[in-house]
Ligand binder design. Structure first.
Ligand SMILES: NC(=O)c1ccc[n+]([C@@H]2O[C@H](COP(=O)([O-])OP(=O)(O)OC[C@H]3O[C@@H](n4cnc5c(N)ncnc54)[C@H](OP(=O)(O)O)[C@@H]3O)[C@@H](O)[C@H]2O)c1
Length: 266
């Protein structure tokens, strides 16, 4: 990719994206500027070839793709700071939760393409699920930004009205699955495994189950049928979980989370 990238707010997510795109050789490290106010936390990245800076304005001047990776409350101030350096050649990419494109355009006060992306923390190991949306002139750059996020996982282009649902299913989803892994591990310990053994079995099994659906492109129920012998232990366990409301609890949890995010104002 010939464009330089400015990652403004190189915290957890920003750093993971920066590392991902360099590791997958989409760009060279010296094409990526990482900024934060306190650069002492990221000074080590200059040894890896990244440009590390506390100067957002300079970062914007030297880049075409401007990634906004700060917290929602910090974005208005950040945009005020970089506005003098912004022009038509820039593409704004925001990973900020809950701040809509129209709101960003209002802050920008400029007609610049804006693309919103919702990755999850698995971006750190190149396994993110990133939902992407845009409108207007952003559509001309959608493929480019999608290719950028393809280096750190899978992507899906969605309508902006679904961005909150994507946050619940994809970003909060990491926490929901972690709770399953914890519970499965606890069950394993009760059956006689040491905690680390139980965790390994639970985690690798969950990873294998997800990969079966992804790679075979099957419905989960097809994979369940392959494991459930008539009168066997799997169907007995599954039915007991359903009597206790497993599917219902998951769907209800997702919907409560969704109701909550719908009512959060940025
Ligand atoms: N973590 C997730 O799973 C996830 C998923 C999807 C979306 N998001 C969104 O992604 C954004 C970043 O999340 P995160 O977890 O990476 O947060 P984070 O670790 O707090 O990173 C934000 C960074 O922004 C820097 N910063 C703040 N103001 C700045 C400014 N004016 N100029 C330059 N840097 C500035 C902060 O460092 P200094 O204080 O040193 O400046 C901090 O390192 C959030 O809006 C979040 O909603 C997160």
């Amino acid at each position: 990719m010939k464009q330089n990238i400015a990652i403004l707010g190189a915290g957890n997510l920003g750093l993971s994206i920066g590392e991902g795109v360099v590791e997958k050789k989409l760009v060279n490290a010296d094409q990526v500027t990482l900024t934060r106010r306190n650069t002492s936390h990221i000074s080590g990245y200059s040894n890896k070839g990244f440009i590390v800076s506390d100067n957002n304005l300079e970062a914007v001047k030297n880049s075409q793709i401007i990634m906004l990776c700060v917290q929602p409350k910090q974005v208005e101030k950040l945009i005020d700071e970089i506005r003098p350096a912004l022009n038509d050649d820039h593409i704004i990419v925001s990973v900020i939760t809950g701040v809509e494109i129209s709101q960003l355009q209002e802050y920008l006060q400029l007609n610049i393409p804006v693309i919103r992306c919702m990755p999850n923390t698995a971006v750190a190991i190149g396994q993110s699920m990133t939902c992407i949306c845009t409108n207007g002139t952003g559509k001309d750059h959608l493929e480019l930004i999608q290719s950028l996020f393809e280096t750190v996982g899978k992507t899906l282009v969605i309508e902006e009205r679904l961005m909150k649902a994507a946050t619940v299913l994809g970003a909060s989803g990491i926490a929901f699955f972690m709770r399953y892994l914890r519970a499965a591990t606890q069950g394993g310990i009760q059956m006689g495994f040491h905690p680390e053994e139980a965790q390994l079995i639970a985690v690798q099994t969950a990873s294998g189950a997800a990969s079966l659906v992804l790679e075979n492109e099957t419905h989960p129920e097809v994979e369940i049928d392959k494991v459930t012998t008539p009168e066997g232990c799997t169907i007995a366990g599954l039915n007991e979980m359903e009597h206790s409301g497993l599917s219902s609890a998951l769907i209800k949890g997702l919907m409560v989370s969704y109701e909550k995010i719908k009512n959060i104002r940025s």
